[in-house]
Design a protein around this ligand. Structure first.
Ligand code: SAH
Length: 240
């Protein structure tokens, strides 16, 4: 297994940002807690340290490749699960204003535990469906950045993320090989929901075989008031 001090150098080079000893320590704690909790609750399918560092930590950090100026921004991670990509981003950029959202409470118990263990400030955790937050004036069009990994197809995902983003803010969808295809079928939805410029950014994660993509969408106009629709409507009939 690779030593954590070697890994942190790879991570720093990957994101083009220096990472200090204390950041390394935070990733070490996150990793060991994830392994520990995973033996009791089924938090994630990825269980060995090398894979955690590559497929969870580096893959989460890849989001910075789509963000120009991250420090001090408000970021909402929709369907965060065990904290990905939100918590690794917060570890590296402590001034980020982080909101983690999931509809499943048990995953958020773990996220809260990590936030406490790592003494991360300016984080909040919300147990809700993104569809409801998108209609709530406290959350609708309130975030600079909305991100999600492994939650749903791009059309439905845009309906969850874009309503939360301020004008001129961005949404980022982390995707695998299906990115190009998903983008084709989601373009109309993205326009309807207020999306503007779309970028497909290929990402090569060090030591990982799979080709990854970031789909970065700027919010150009406010989302029309009929969106997001109800969960069953989004699921049964994504905008096409
Ligand atoms: N982003 C994490 C977890 C992916 S699993 C990772 O990449 O590792 C998908 C997560 O999204 C689950 O925890 C599920 O509960 C959550 N989720 C799915 N639909 C959601 C919705 N509409 N609102 C909020 N959370 C949702």
């Amino acid at each position: 297994m690779q030593h954590m001090s070697e890994w942190i150098d790879i991570a720093a080079q990957f994101i083009g940002f220096p990472l200090s000893e204390d950041r390394l320590r935070l990733f070490e704690i996150y990793e060991s807690e994830l392994i520990e909790w995973n033996t009791r609750f089924n938090l994630t399918a990825i269980k060995n340290p090398d894979e955690i560092r590559t497929k969870h930590f580096l893959d989460s950090l890849s989001c910075v490749l789509a963000i120009n100026d991250i420090n001090g921004r408000s970021l909402v991670d929709v369907g965060t699960g065990a904290g990905f990509p939100g918590i690794p981003l917060k570890i590296v950029f402590p001034d980020l204003k982080l909101t983690l959202v999931d509809s499943v409470g048990k995953k958020l118990v773990f996220c809260q535990h990590i936030i406490d263990r790592l003494s991360l400030t300016d984080c909040r955790i919300i147990h809700a469906r993104a569809e409801d937050l998108g209609k709530d004036p406290l959350h609708r069009e309130r975030y600079d950045i909305a991100v999600a990994r492994a939650v749903t197809g791009l059309s439905a995902l845009s309906e969850l993320l874009l309503p939360l983003v301020k004008r001129k803010g961005i949404m980022i969808a982390q995707k695998g090989e299906t990115a190009t295809e998903e983008l084709k079928t989601a373009e109309k939805a993205i326009r309807i929901l207020g999306g503007g410029e779309i970028q497909l950014i290929p990402v090569t994660i060090p030591n990982a075989a799979e080709q990854r993509y970031l789909i970065r969408i700027e919010k150009q106009r406010n989302t029309p008031s009929g969106y997001p629709r109800r969960p069953d409507q989004i699921r049964k009939k994504p905008i096409d």
